[in-house]
Design a protein around this ligand. Structure first.
Ligand SMILES: [Zn+2]
Length: 328
């Protein structure tokens, strides 16, 4: 019996076949169309013969994120032609350039809040998502978003771009954060593949010190109040997993000097030489101790501590951190 993965690719290939047939009946049957049709049929035959997703040259599995993006690929990254390699590098450069435009330009200080962040992709492109938004409105609320998209490379960066556009639109509806997350989840689930999802922490901050936090399966944001640190565990599932989902909201009112620390698992799952993980507790400890230092310095201290912990081992995951603090 065919497993879910094969079924998924079969459906993708059949859809392509139908698109090609429609194109062929509408336009002339060009050589290009005929060749694509042959490629689709070959891929379908490979599914039948259980050789789909295997490199034709070395027989190793082809990278899954490349298959998702294009089920017609027949060789692994190592066995691409120089021309294919050049194209892939061009695509990555373009994705990197586009992604650069999505990252907030710099620190913000507005309406009684300040925020500083550190954003460090492991590769040319990143699946980490970060945004700071202040939609014009009578309430003057600020929104801080930090997320992590499943997968790596171009496919992940495309999803990240999708999230970015989605929240930039939703924010203008001025809905309660729980409802905003529910809507984002529904749209994200309906417009992405089943294997594509994203974890996301959303913080809404009001001028009077009010905070609303929604956590869609993301690393628990650390709420820093006085000497105490509270981890805000997930209040709902990651975005895009199921289209029906509800998201609870945690509310707090905090004093000047208090704040929130958001981060991705590239920080807490960073490993030292023995394979031990950095962990959220060490981060929480640093955040608690850093209450009275400038926010910029707190972010830098956290990042440097992770680097010290990993003893310069090469990074394998994106590292993103955002600190938010209420100011007088
Ligand atoms: Zn190969």
């Amino acid at each position: 019996m065919e497993d879910a993965r094969d079924l998924f690719y079969r459906e993708q290939l059949m859809q392509r076949r139908r698109n090609l047939e429609a194109a062929a009946s509408e336009f002339k049957q060009t050589v290009r169309l005929m060749r694509l049709m042959q490629e689709v049929d070959t891929a379908l035959r490979r599914l039948d013969e259980c050789s789909f997703g295997v490199c034709e040259l070395c027989h190793d599995p082809i990278e899954e994120e490349r298959l998702v993006a294009d089920p017609l690929v027949t060789v692994c990254l190592d066995h691409m032609t120089p021309e294919q390699h050049r194209q892939l590098e061009d695509d990555l450069d373009l994705a990197h350039h586009i992604q650069g435009q999505f990252i907030p330009k710099g620190p913000i200080t507005a309406d009684g809040w300040e925020a500083r962040f550190h954003y460090e992709p492991a590769g040319v492109v990143s699946g980490d998502y970060l945004d700071l938004l202040s939609p014009a409105g009578p309430d003057g609320d600020l929104y801080f978003l930090l997320g992590d998209v499943a997968g790596k490379g171009v496919a992940a960066s495309m999803l990240m771009a999708h999230l970015h556009a989605l929240f930039r639109s939703l924010i203008w509806m001025h809905e309660p954060v729980g409802e905003m997350m529910e809507r984002a989840n529904r749209i994200f689930a309906e417009s992405t593949l089943a294997s594509q999802y994203a974890t996301l922490a959303l913080v809404k901050a009001s001028g009077d010190g009010g905070l609303e936090i929604c956590n869609a399966g993301h690393c628990p944001p650390l709420l820093l109040q006085g000497d105490e640190v509270h981890a805000v565990e997930a209040t709902g599932l990651p975005l895009g997993m199921f289209s029906e989902g509800s998201y609870e909201t945690r509310s707090a009112r905090i004093e000047p000097g208090d704040g929130v620390l958001l981060y991705t698992d590239g920080i807490t799952e960073a490993m030292d030489g023995s394979g031990a993980e950095y962990g959220a507790e060490r981060l929480a400890q640093l955040a608690a101790e850093g209450r009275n230092i400038p926010l910029e310095e707190l972010v830098l201290t956290c990042v440097q501590d992770v680097q010290t912990f990993t003893q310069g081992k090469p990074r394998t995951d994106d590292r993103t951190l955002m600190a938010i603090r209420r100011v007088e």
